[in-house]
Design a protein around this ligand. Sequence first.
Ligand code: RIB
Ligand code: NA
Length: 310
Amino acid sequence: EAFDVMVVGSCMTDLVSQAPRLPKAGETIHGHKFFIGFGGKGANQCIQAARLGAKTAMVCKVGKDFFGDNYIRNFKDHGVHTDFVGQTSDAATGAASIIVNDAGENAIVIVAGANMLLGSEELQKALPAISHAKVLVCQLEVSPQTSLQALRMAQENKVKTIFNPAPAIPDLDKDFYRASDVFCCNESEAELLTGSSVTGVEEAHGAGQELLKRGCGAVIITLGPQGCVVLKAQEPASNKHVQTAAVTTVDTTGAGDSFIGALAFYMAHYPTMPLEEMARRANQVAGVSVQAVGTQTSYPFKKDLPAELF
Ligand code: RIB
Ligand code: NA
């Protein structure tokens, strides 16, 4: 059985507090709501792809603990293949402490825990599946060597790769660029990776060009309400700004993951669709996610979306 989308990446339990604003250092403030949800960039992307109808498999590691057991159940509930979901007693399931302010912005601290124990052994076990997948997606919440190895495995087998360098690290190994068919990041990640400010469409084009030069097949920089820019190595002249409809923002946590999960779905299901059209549709999917609280809980299913997106 070949998977549409395989994700090699993280699972985190999201511990979310909603508060009027983000606290300052040393400060205690009252929040109005607390909830626990399923998060982690890798799993978020996988779940969004699954909710759109992709046949998915997750390669990850959770702890042998309550949160880890629950997470495996969450994957099963979504029809995500779990043979490559490992459980370890050497570390706890990853956790993310998240604060969301009234503007829907957030601040996040992650403790990756078991995610960091995902390594080559697990990748070797998943290799037969990875080599037959349509699309492989990686981020940076597991050890970077693991992500890079997974991207290379996919590339060697002509599997399309999406790399989301999040959370960004300033000295990212240059091999990541060469291993990415689509290199997709947000403004702040692009800023960290290029060392220059990325605040609007203009600057995003500049940063995109710089990232493209490093060897990826295409670059997408997401710009929140301003949509995204799409740049392709094969058509250097066709830099595109893809706009998105304005929506009322409640919680942007995981919106980038919703975008990437949707992008992976489109790349797997409509391989000949222009990348900017996939990005336009993925923007719409992510636009739905920001209108509800939570991360995965806010991700739309195929049935919730207009038919023209499929
Ligand atoms: O991208 C959003 C995710 O980042 C959250 O779900 C949290 O777990 C952190 O990993
Ligand atoms: Na949301």
